[in-house]
Design a protein around this ligand. Structure first.
Ligand code: KPL
Length: 306
């Protein structure tokens, strides 16, 4: 019987120059992995990387051949068009690791790829901030986090031995699991609380530990847990409260991605976070007034500049 061809060595490319993508690119480079950046136009990017008070510098260029391992850490609203743009440049056995906040449409993502191309999803609690100019960027690792990684299709599993260690270097520690969805509901609860509230109050994650936020935090969490549970992904309210508090603690100094988006007048991921919860609640006949209010407040802030 013919043996399947052994997996090819992976050359990693990171899409865009967002904070999490550059954090991953710098950590891979620091480890000796050759990384390229996939950008809209041909150019090189100089990055000054600051982590645990240590600085290092990296220069990233664009890939010159077909892509066989791609980390796509773009915003939820941009992921499908990013994958569509990459498609023509992907090797037939390419591995794609998608990472964003909020709920992905995994079937839609899968439909963009060939059956021979591997699809992964990674969710992370790492925090990073960028500053500087387009070609000269400073990336600061502001909140040490962790990640959960899962293969989304069967062909991805053949590459687990290569993809998992690379993601461990890039955004580890990584827990590899078979089904990402229960973890995405957990992460959704974290983002549903921290992201809109820090954006509305223009504060760091740790600020939300103040007692006057307690009632609202608990109400948001109770709503997310009821929607998750009714969707077939049971979330315990007390355990979810603990998870949210522990992320606020670990990323206390960090500005959430939504706070940064509103501050820098960019589109937010509210539609894939609170928006997803509201849509799912409507389908299930549940009431989620707290999440609905947060969604409205963020949309109003965004409308001022979008
Ligand atoms: O995912 C995050 C984000 O900012 O988007 C958290 C975990 C809240 C870290 O800031």
């Amino acid at each position: 019987m013919a043996q399947p061809a052994p997996p090819q060595p992976l050359n990693w490319t990171v899409v865009g120059q967002g904070a999490i993508g550059l954090l991953a690119a710098c950590r891979l480079s620091r480890h000796g992995t050759n990384v390229t950046l996939w950008l809209r136009e041909q150019r090189t990017v100089n990055v000054q990387f600051v982590a645990a008070n240590q600085q290092s510098s990296f220069v990233f260029s664009m890939p010159s051949k077909a892509l066989n391992a791609v980390l796509v850490p773009v915003k939820s609203y941009a992921v499908i068009s990013a994958v569509q743009q990459l498609k023509a440049n992907l090797a037939a056995d390419a591995q794609l690791v998608i990472s964003h906040n909020g709920m992905p449409d995994l079937a839609l993502l899968q439909a963009q790829l060939l059956p021979s191309q591997g699809l992964w999803f990674l969710t992370t609690t790492h925090g990073a901030v960028t500053s500087g100019t387009e070609n000269q960027i400073r990336v600061e690792h502001t909140g040490g986090g962790q990640s959960v990684l899962a293969p989304v299709n069967a062909v991805a599993r053949l590459y687990a031995r290569q993809v998992e260690p690379a993601m461990h270097t890039a955004l580890g520690p990584v827990q590899q699991v078979e089904d990402i969805l229960p973890f995405l509901w957990h992460k959704l609860a974290v983002n549903a609380v921290i992201n809109p509230l820090t954006a509305i109050h223009n504060c760091r994650n740790g600020e939300l530990r103040q007692p006057h936020y307690r009632r609202q935090l608990e109400a948001i969490i109770a709503e997310v847990c009821s929607v998750a549970t009714a969707s077939g992904y049971p979330l315990d309210i007390a355990a979810t409260n603990d998870t949210v508090r522990s992320v606020m603690e670990k990323t206390a100094q960090n500005y959430s991605s939504m706070q940064q988006d509103i501050y820098r007048k960019r589109q937010t991921e509210i539609d894939a976070i609170s928006g997803f919860i509201v849509r799912q609640a409507n389908k299930l006949g549940l009431n989620v007034p707290e999440n609905m209010q947060l969604q409205q407040q963020i949309l109003q802030l965004q409308q001022r500049y979008l």
